[in-house]
Design a protein around this ligand. Structure first.
Ligand SMILES: Cc1ncc(C[n+]2csc(CCOP(=O)(O)OP(=O)(O)O)c2C)c(N)n1
Ligand SMILES: [Mg+2]
Length: 370
């Protein structure tokens, strides 16, 4: 029950010192210096992609972008706990998770440029595309997990959502169903303290993870800016799900350092002091300090990571600006899987309109079913 887990799990302090935690440290006993470096590298590259995409939006190359700056440890740590056959159901902010799943970085911006309905092939990486309908992915993850269980597949699913989403009815339904049917799903809440301009205190009067016990599953708070702690608790939850132990809930305490999306101005609703306080808990600096303290940091490694980040960012920029605009008629292509008379007629009418027949039958509304 909750009492035992009142404090967020932490394995590395902001100054890079390890925390003595005999319950959770063994979960990452196999993670040696090379793996810590790999986690560091993934966080740095993911941040570089995110910063590049934000710049691309500011330069008019993307319609919108939802930055994940500050949430690298929550995303990279949890993604590294997943098996390739687990399935990820995400929101719109999981750029680092997508990167770790193997989504080509050059696929990450397509939807946000407004030239396609998707970014990547979900089945190639077992991860859904960005989902804007807040909280709905909890239901998708639960349904998929339960179906996999019925099929006898020993996999887990993970639903990534935010503190604001935890107030959605969809999440309540998903948690209740998952718990009573023992679905192999991990509910991963990135509590980044804000839901656009609404602070987390208006979402929950109790730590969000504690709500899990009311549904009948374990809930655990973790320092979401500590990549090793996130890896440990997510491994535990995934192992539990995959071995038939049922669902778990993780609340990763982190902070959205940037705006909600590029259409938002956070200075309107939160203080610079708050943001600065979280900057001191930066997830990437923390692992750099750990590597330095333990003698695994060197300049050659730092330059290699920086060069790789710049190369990936250049590739993202090149791919984004090179994306062709689709033909307007493609709008009608994937509405139904089979031809549909209404869509066929709308396509014809739109083509006529584009062909410059303003006084034609389409302008008069003839032939367009209503
Ligand atoms: C069902 C639904 N309601 C409202 C919105 C508008 N909306 C988009 S993001 C958002 C806030 C979500 O906050 P949170 O769950 O904390 O995730 P974060 O954006 O902080 O990652 C809202 C209200 C939406 N997209 N879908
Ligand atoms: Mg939030």
């Amino acid at each position: 029950m909750p009492g035992k887990h009142e404090f967020p799990v932490q394995l590395v302090q902001p100054d890079g010192r390890r925390v003595l935690d005999h319950e959770h440290a063994p979960l990452i006993a196999d993670v040696g210096p090379e793996q810590v470096r790999a986690l560091y590298e993934d966080m740095v590259v993911a941040r570089r992609i995110d910063v590049e995409a934000t710049a691309l939006q500011r330069q008019g190359q993307l319609g919108l972008w939802a930055p994940m700056l500050g949430q690298e440890a929550a995303q990279v740590g949890s993604a590294h706990a997943l098996h390739p056959d687990d399935y990820v159901f995400c929101s719109y902010r999981e750029t680092a998770v997508a990167y770790c799943r193997g989504v080509p970085p050059t696929d990450l911006t397509r939807l946000w440029r407004g030239v396609a309905h998707h970014c990547w092939d979900p089945h190639a990486v077992n991860m859904t595309n960005p989902n804007i309908v807040v909280g709905s992915q909890g239901l998708h993850a639960t349904g998929y997990a339960f179906a996999a269980h019925l099929d006898g597949a020993e996999i887990a699913t993970i639903a990534y959502f935010g503190d604001g989403a935890s107030s959605q009815g969809d999440l309540a339904e998903a948690l209740g169903f998952a718990a009573t049917w023992s679905a192999p799903v991990v509910f991963f809440c990135q509590n980044n303290q804000w839901a656009i301009s609404a602070p987390v205190r208006v979402q929950s009067a109790t730590p969000i993870a504690r709500r899990a016990y009311g549904y009948g599953m374990p809930g655990r708070q973790v320092d979401g800016n500590d990549v090793l702690a996130v890896l440990a608790v997510t491994r535990q939850a995934i192992a539990r799900a995959r071995s038939g132990g049922g669902p778990s809930f993780i609340e990763a305490l982190t902070y959205r350092m940037g705006p909600h999306t590029t259409a938002d101005d956070p200075t309107r609703y939160r203080s610079a002091a708050e943001t600065e306080q979280w900057a001191r808990r930066d997830p990437i600096d923390r692992i750099r300090r750990l590597l330095e303290r333990e003698g695994h940091w060197d300049d050659a490694f730092a330059s290699r990571v920086a060069e790789r980040s710049d190369a990936v960012a250049r590739a993202v920029r090149g791919a984004t600006t090179g994306l062709p605009d689709p033909a307007p008629s493609e709008l009608f292509d994937h509405v139904y899987t089979t031809p549909h008379p209404l869509i066929t007629e709308q396509r014809r009418a739109y083509a006529e309109y584009l062909a410059g027949d303003p006084g034609g039958s389409s302008a008069r509304g003839e032939g367009v079913p209503r």
